[in-house]
Design a protein around this ligand. Structure first.
Ligand SMILES: *Cc1c(COP(=O)(O)O)cnc(C)c1O
Length: 459
């Protein structure tokens, strides 16, 4: 399997190079040259396999340049860190299915992708005799999943900046209690934007970037998308009837839902993908009316979806534009110049044949958590509640709906408590953090301080 860029200007590369490249060197996103198609019998047989076997079957269609035995070991190791025998169990509550994606080390769905990516990085760096220094900024969730993905790995250091005292205490502890020598938490006295600005500036410092082999773990890495395709098949295989279903996906960067789109293209019987957003609803507007125009980011109770520019949308646009990279380049030039992309009537029709959408406000989100808790005793986190609300409101044709549950409710305890009126019990993994030692470097928001720190710690 070879890979290309949505912008059309890289020579075809293999899977291993695609993982190491991250963002395509022409500024586009990496995609496979063709999407493998499975017949119905194969879909039916594979989707009933245990998680790791299914993951191996699907990922090996795309990772054709890694020896099968090595790939199998990488996958087994990645999902051994999950604390549920089903890895991503499917439960039914109140007439909808909930696909629990939060049984990984940091109790968020990003673990599904980042556990695999961490192992892939370690494997490929060793093979190539290279080292990597991962640098990133986080407002909470992604940072801890990235750290959990690479802690203790050889030839990798990770430097994660977070705004000092501005992440939730649990999220800060999830990061700073990781004491492995290759993990470096930096608490910046400033905002999340200050953290991001510093990271961007250092990535733009090309001699520095090269010298320290700076790497990123953001959601545009192809391996992350690929890892997420697996659970769509897995969920479908656990339904009592093998029918066409709707997946409801709480969406921020469009990575998770794009994996669902790929699963559909591979032959999974998906009727529609329901794109659920919070008040940051640029993607909902795109689906509902072809209006893709940037607004201001607003803060919500589902902060991991507080995003305007959805980095993975470009992958879908490549297919919407009939795999024409010139049209992709044009669209992003238009976005840069005018702050929006305009779609033809035909394109809008195509989008609506594949997606439903629902934009859910804070009151509705909290009410969904409260109602669900009262009626079923099951606690939704605020991100998951956005998708569940979408499914209860927008799936009106009697289809079965599978809602992706992207975080454990205890990670967003404050919002959940506001909704249900009582604190959510902490799972043992989070409760144990309270007594642990922490390590973190507190720093002024100054790129030179971060740079000097990285120089001192990188090896
Ligand atoms: C990242 C995240 C999302 C959004 O996923 P995307 O792939 O960015 O669309 C939803 N919920 C939680 C809890 C997340 O951490």
């Amino acid at each position: 399997m070879k890979y290309l860029s949505t912008r059309g200007s890289i020579a075809p590369i293999g899977f291993k190079d695609a993982v190491m490249m991250g963002l395509a060197t022409d500024g586009g996103l990496i995609l496979p040259e063709s999407i493998p198609h499975l017949d119905r019998a194969t879909v039916a047989a594979w989707s009933k396999l245990p998680y790791r076997e299914l993951a191996f079957n699907i990922i090996s269609l795309f990772a054709t340049d890694i020896p099968k035995q090595d790939l199998k070991e990488l996958i087994d190791r990645s999902y051994a860190s999950f604390n549920h025998a089903d890895t991503t169990p499917l439960v039914k509550k109140n007439g909808v299915y909930i696909l629990e994606l939060f049984h990984g080390p940091t109790l968020a769905f990003k673990d599904v992708a980042l556990q695999l990516l961490g192992n892939l990085f370690e494997y490929l760096l060793k093979e190539r005799g290279q080292k990597m220094n991962i640098l990133g900024a986080t407002s909470g969730d992604t940072g801890s999943a990235a750290i959990a993905g690479v802690r203790g790995k050889e030839n990798i250091n990770i430097f994660i900046l977070h705004p000092h005292l501005k992440t939730s205490p649990i999220q800060a502890r999830q990061m700073t209690t990781v004491l492995d020598a290759n993990v470096h938490n930096i608490a910046v006295k400033g905002t999340f934007d200050d953290c991001q600005d510093i990271v961007k500036t250092l990535f733009n410092d090309l001699p520095f970037k090269e010298k320290y082999a700076l790497g990123a773990v953001n959601s545009i890495n192809w391996a992350r998308v690929l890892a997420q395709v697996v659970y769509y098949f897995y969920a479908w295989g656990r339904l009592p009837e093998q029918e066409e279903v709707i997946f409801s996906v709480p969406t921020g960067n469009f990575g998770d839902i794009f994996a669902g789109y790929l699963a559909k293209r591979m032959g999974l019987p998906v009727k529609k993908l329901l794109l659920a957003t919070n008040e940051n609803n640029i993607l909902s507007r795109f689906v509902a009316s072809g209006d893709y125009s940037l607004g201001q980011v607003v803060q919500t109770v589902s902060p991991s979806m507080d995003i305007q520019l959805a980095s993975n949308l470009e992958r879908y646009l490549y297919y919407l534009f009939n795999e024409n990279p010139a049209r992709v380049r044009e669209a992003f030039a238009e976005l840069r110049q005018t702050g929006r992309i305009v779609f033809s009537a035909e394109e809008q029709k195509q989008v609506q044949s594949e997606f439903l959408t629902c934009s859910v406000g804070e009151a509705e989100t909290l009410k969904t958590i409260a109602d669900f808790y009262r009626e079923t005793g099951y606690t939704l986190d605020p991100h998951t509640a956005v998708g569940v609300h979408g499914a209860l409101k927008c799936v009106t044709d009697g289809s079965s709906a599978v809602c992706l549950a992207t975080a454990h409710p205890a990670k967003f305890g404050e919002a959940v408590e506001k909704a249900v009126g009582a604190p959510t019990p902490l799972p043992p993994q989070l409760a144990a953090l309270a007594g642990l030692e922490t390590r973190c470097e507190v720093m002024d928001a100054d790129k030179d301080l971060v740079k000097a720190f990285l120089e001192a710690k990188a090896n």
